[in-house]
Design a protein around this ligand. Structure first.
Ligand code: KG4
Ligand code: ZN
Length: 332
């Protein structure tokens, strides 16, 4: 089966072709326009998608060397995400579905992030634990099979990606915050400042990052008022370390408690190299999978891949489906 995937949940306009479970093209255009505003401006993001979608889809088909008439189905992100941006992708996909008389499938963006790990490692076996760390979500899942997911814990306030983004804003490092903090932290001493590690000693698998962000705010206030002598890379490294400590600690506790052999990391924050190192060090005897960076951050390959999997399982969506900006993953 040949499936075209379309992703427009935030500020990446992306299209991909998946052919018999293999990604044959994946085109991503990251919208630069938001950098000057220090964050995504939803209205501008929707307009950019509208402007770019046709070109990105055509590029993806061309790269895959596939004529649009040979597409067997279209998969599109239904949510979660920004309602206006999601709508651009959904309308485009519905038009294709109707115009080409092919089935459509509405895909959950979070579920697709998790399944990107099957693209990274086709030998991935159930059950596995997934640390899902994107811009808006921080969750620990026990994945038992397609559609059989148990939520073990999640953030009670800010997501880890949000902590990176807000931290970068406080430190004036730019947007998106994760890569900016990672870059600034290079060569820094991560023990320079002891930032709080929310809920690290709690038995639960829930997370909390809002105290960390406040603590950075207070620290920078003090730094500016009292001319504290410290390098920016020490501050960034200490802040990054606090986030990564909590994430790796909770993941490793969950893997051990549920006695699971494999764990995977999904979502944009999984691109962080120090996080990767920490998790590998904490779980030397487990199989740990991180997708390549392009598959961690938003992309359409994960949408096309999961779409094809679901089509093959006999699923498809009625054309009148709605955009779901707060779509959750069902837990069993
Ligand atoms: O999954 P994603 O691309 O989009 C959402 O679905 O939200 O995740 C975006 C998040 C942002 O908060 C961004 O700062 C963070 O992932 N991120 C990183 C890195 N690259 C992206 N965080 C830490 N280190 C990185 N290298
Ligand atoms: Zn995402």
């Amino acid at each position: 089966m040949i499936v075209l995937g379309i992703e427009t949940s935030c500020d990446e306009t992306a299209a991909s072709v998946c052919k018999h479970g293999e990604i044959v093209s994946s085109i991503i255009s990251s919208q630069e326009i938001h950098v000057q505003y220090g964050g995504v401006v939803p209205e501008l993001a929707s307009r950019e998608h509208e402007y770019l979608l046709n070109t990105i889809v055509n590029k993806s088909l061309k790269k895959a060397n596939i004529d649009i008439k040979n597409i067997d189905g279209v998969a599109v992100t239904q949510g979660p995400g920004l309602s206006g941006t999601l709508l651009t992708g959904i309308c485009f996909a519905k038009g294709l579905s109707q115009g080409l008389s092919i089935p459509i499938i509405a895909v959950n963006h979070l579920e697709a992030h998790i399944f990107a790990n099957f693209i990274a490692d086709p030998g991935l076996e159930y059950p596995f634990i997934c640390l899902l760390v994107s811009g808006g979500h921080t969750q620990l899942w026990l994945i038992k099979n397609v559609g059989k997911y148990q939520l073990l814990g999640e953030t009670l306030d800010d997501a880890a990606g949000e902590a990176f983004d807000k931290g970068a804003r406080i430190l004036n490092l730019g947007y998106p915050g994760g890569p900016a903090i990672e870059k600034s932290a290079k060569g820094g001493n991560h023990d320079a400042i002891k930032f709080p590690r929310g809920l690290i000693n709690s038995e639960s698998f829930d997370f909390s990052f809002s105290g960390l962000k406040t603590s950075l705010l207070y620290y920078m206030d003090d730094y500016n008022k009292n001319n504290i002598e410290i390098e920016m890379n020490d501050i960034a490294a200490s802040y990054q370390e606090a986030i990564n400590d909590v994430l790796s600690n909770k993941l490793s506790k969950a893997v051990k408690k549920y006695n699971i052999k494999t764990c995977v990391i999904a979502g944009g924050v999984a691109a962080n190299i120090k996080l990767r190192e920490k998790i590998f060090n904490l779980l030397p005897n487990k199989k740990v999978i991180f997708p390549e960076v392009e598959l961690c951050t938003d992309n359409a390959a994960m949408i096309a891949f999961l779409g094809e999997l679901k089509f093959k399982n006999g699923e498809q969506t009625n054309l009148d489906f709605a955009v779901l900006p707060n779509l959750k993953m069902k837990t069993f």
